[in-house]
Design a protein around this ligand. Sequence first.
Ligand SMILES: [Zn+2]
Ligand SMILES: [Zn+2]
Length: 402
Amino acid sequence: MSDLTGQLKQIAAAMVRERRNEHVELSSQIHANPEIRFQEHQAAQWLCETLERHGFRVERPVAGLATAFVARRILGRGGPSVGILAEYDALEQVGHACGHNIIATSSVAAAVALKDVAQAQVEGLDGEIIVYGTPGEEGGGGKCYMADAGLFKECDVILQMHPTGTNGIYDGFDAREALEVTFTGRPAHAAATPEQGLNALDGAVIFYQSLALLRKQMRHDLRVFGIFAHGGEHPIIIPAEAKVQLFVVSQTSKYLFEEAVPAVEDCARGAALASRTQVSVRRYVPTYQDLVRVSALDDALAANMAALNRPLEDRGRGQHGSSDMGNVSYLAPSAGIYVKIGRRDLVHHAPEFTEASISEEGHQGMLDGGAALAMTAVDIMTRPELRAQIRKQWEEQIAVRR
Ligand SMILES: [Zn+2]
Ligand SMILES: [Zn+2]
């Protein structure tokens, strides 16, 4: 690493700390006013106002989402584009129990620090910083819509942080397809003329049971789980329509789409045949992809976390859970950090996490996360050889997925 890179990183981290009070205030404001998926109007407004005040050019709405935005600022002509993903949606009842107030503010803290560095230095930081305001992460897949609208691929790298109970690196996301399987039969009087009916609920039941048998012959990481979303109208009427909603989850997109989803669709067709009903299958929320990991980018983030006295810990996890950031990682080299804001076994989506997201440790995690993102952006902007390595590794990873 050159002296220039090291110096710029130190200044960036100092700039984040210097604005501590304004960042804590923004994070606290968002925390005190929790808004659920796609209704984050106030949070988006506060974030956009803050970025505009710091000279970012804000576009909003984007991708047909009222609470999505893109905020850009060119630090110096000719350099790379670094994207940072902000999330700011809360959860029903438990508020900011996933700490997205911290994610949002940390993204702003990193972006503003980079602007501060560029303003303070005569030269050194060339490139563009882009903050993506990505709503509806909790079950809405906001980034999927933004990806479909053509965003993200303009970036050389994309970064994010997420608060949790350990310091770590995003080590994978599960690919997920949400399927709604509808069986259509023929209604009839269940006691008087059952022979006139075709029972859609029977189709759904056969389908559901066949999934249990299917699992035995599938890869260990496959998860298939679901509910009966509709099963008929009244016991005296042969059900004419029945719906099963499923999540089909695997550690890799390739296995999910080449093996698992086709197998589930075969089960649906088999169940329809056995019950003499019709079946249709549709995706009812956006597809989530797995995470394309780029080791050179992970390493750069990890080194900056270590420099902030947050060495990575073993998270000891098997299955990962899904995130709409997986889709982003197919469009540009992407990586993220987990930042510790409380006990090691802190539970996401529980009230204790809501408290941690506004605690002193939460504020410190927000600032350190912002500093790590800003420092990694400095790496990207000042080290062309690192950029080339990241691009090469990412292209290789994409190629094996095709
Ligand atoms: Zn969450
Ligand atoms: Zn979250």
